[in-house]
Design a protein. Structure first.
Length: 278
């Protein structure tokens, strides 16, 4: 079950990232983040109240709130990077950093997956590198500053993954509510500081709303996956989300995919099987 939830989270994360990147092309990344975070907060709070889960412990709420600060800063950096560089470069770099940190954390904490899972982790890293097209055949040149933003975003997202893994199983959806309760004011302050407009319209608004709802959905899937399985395994499966971003970018935006990236996609599928079985 944990592997299936993590896979669903990966697919939804990838679509959310593509949507956020598309919105950021015609609206500021801060504005896109505010709209998405607002939509996610309203949806999560409404669902938590409808389900009637008891309020989570102070520990769970505080650790989720801290993750909310990291998550909001990560999204701002990620959308800015996606708007400035090729999606097929930015998304995999962010995924690689966002995966490596939780995997190391899980292993250091005492998690011991099976041998096949370890092999799958290595294959997953290879997959992300190849999907990134690390051999250098990029149609769009990516500035160093954009790469730095992608690394920063990956570190922030890793913080969320680790925080969710440390919440109690009976916390319900309240960690998601706590995360959004903190992250939303942070991005609003950023928008006010940068004097960017809050409002947008047309396709940018639709993509921004979609990105927020999907990102919240993916966070929920990851939250329950982390509760069901090992952090080191769940993080690896979730790291494959650039594949869905790449598929959308190549299908809808006609970004070209090189042979190395196709090999990377094949490695991603192999990694998924190995990690799930292991």
């Amino acid at each position: 079950m944990a592997a299936l939830l993590a896979l669903c989270a990966a697919v939804v994360y990838g679509i959310a990232d593509y949507s956020g990147g598309r919105a950021s092309r015609s609206a500021s990344s801060a504005t896109v983040t505010v709209i998405g975070q607002t939509a996610g907060f309203v949806a999560t709070l409404s669902l938590a109240l409808a389900i009637g889960d008891p309020l989570a412990s102070r520990h769970d709420l505080l650790i989720s709130a801290a993750a909310g600060i990291a998550g909001s800063l990560g999204l701002l950096g990620f959308y800015r990077a996606m708007a400035s560089g090729a999606m097929t470069v930015v998304a995999p770099i962010t995924a690689l950093v966002g995966t490596t940190i939780p995997v190391v954390w899980g292993l250091v904490s005492g998690e011991r997956p099976g041998l096949l899972a370890y092999i799958g982790m290595i294959v997953a890293v290879i997959a992300v590198v190849l999907v990134t097209d690390a051999l250098g055949f990029h149609e769009v040149e990516t500035p160093p500053g954009v790469v730095v933003l992608a690394i920063f975003a990956g570190t922030c997202f890793a913080t969320i993954f680790i925080a969710f893994d440390n919440t109690a199983e009976d916390a319900g959806l309240w960690p998601l509510v706590a995360l959004r309760t903190v992250s939303l004011p942070v991005v609003i302050l950023v928008v006010l500081f940068t004097r960017k407009p809050f409002l947008t319209s047309g396709s940018a608004l639709r993509f921004a709303l979609l990105s927020g709802l999907l990102d919240t959905t993916a966070n929920g899937l990851y939250l329950f996956a982390a509760r069901e399985g090992l952090l080191s395994v769940v993080a690896v499966i979730t790291s494959l989300y650039p594949v869905s971003t790449l598929v959308l970018a190549t299908t809808l935006d006609h970004e070209k995919v090189h042979k190395a990236q196709w090999v990377g996609i094949a490695c991603a599928i192999s990694a998924l099987v190995l990690v799930s079985v292991g």
